[in-house]
Design a protein around this ligand. Sequence first.
Ligand code: AKG
Length: 308
Amino acid sequence: MPHKKEDGGVSVTELHPTFAAELRGVDFSQDISPEVFRKIHDAITKYGVVKFPHTGLDDAGHVAFAARFGELDDVAPYTKQGKKHRLAFEQLFDVSNLLDDGSVAPLDSHRAAMNKLVKGNSLFHVDSSFNPRRAGYSLLRAHELPPKGTGGATEYADTRTAFDELPDDLKKELLEKDYVACHSLYHSRKTAAPGFLPDINPEDHFMSRHRLVQRHEPSGRTNLYIASHVHHIEGVSPEKSRQLIATLYAHACDPKYTASIEGSARALQSIRSYAGKYVRDMRRATVHDGSIHAWGLNEQSGDRMGYP
Ligand SMILES: O=C(O)CCC(=O)C(=O)O
């Protein structure tokens, strides 16, 4: 039975034993007071993932709410490479399964392969870790969902608890070696959709460098910063790098550390019968990280990655 707590009109229902919660009682039709915003912020810090059912937010409200968390990222890197933007706000990332004309992207289309849902983002990832400055918060809004029972839930992994529960020897190694991981958008896209982007070799492009183990500044907990964007670990043999990434990734994605948010309790990877058939219109506002780890070990620049 989910655990429920009330706090000044905002109720928190825990959705998983170690992370993820649902918040009710926030009135998104009004200006959110600093006090309520602090409760929201505290809940995100504690639970990592927070769901707000039925916010009633439109695109403008979505962008305005996201901007309360910090400076927003935008889609300019993608549009500069020729990708058309379907939405009215360039601060909203189109992570739907739709083509520019609003029709559902066929499964074999480029859009479906690169799209955040059908293939590209079906691997566990962290947002924008491939840019010099990574994301701090992502606010994903379901504008239109496919019919119930056809899939389309989003899965999240609790990488803080995954770190806590690593085998002692591996945890000790990670803390002692303080490995640096190199993240590439092209790498994860090619892993998810091997036939696409044939002319791109991730190694010919910028990779973003971040410590593999880091202190999550807002909560003070240690976090395993692993994601499908991780191409290699610096300073070890290619074999050791592959083995370490595979071990840590599999550990963090173990079902005991994951939660499926949005109706379906089953995995995004296993039920996607909506894909190619029904609209799943998800829109994401992304807030640049403002923590000490925002830039990882990268030079600070306005550069961002994108693909057509
Ligand atoms: O649409 C989803 O369920 C996930 C979207 C996502 O992974 C992203 O926006 O980075």
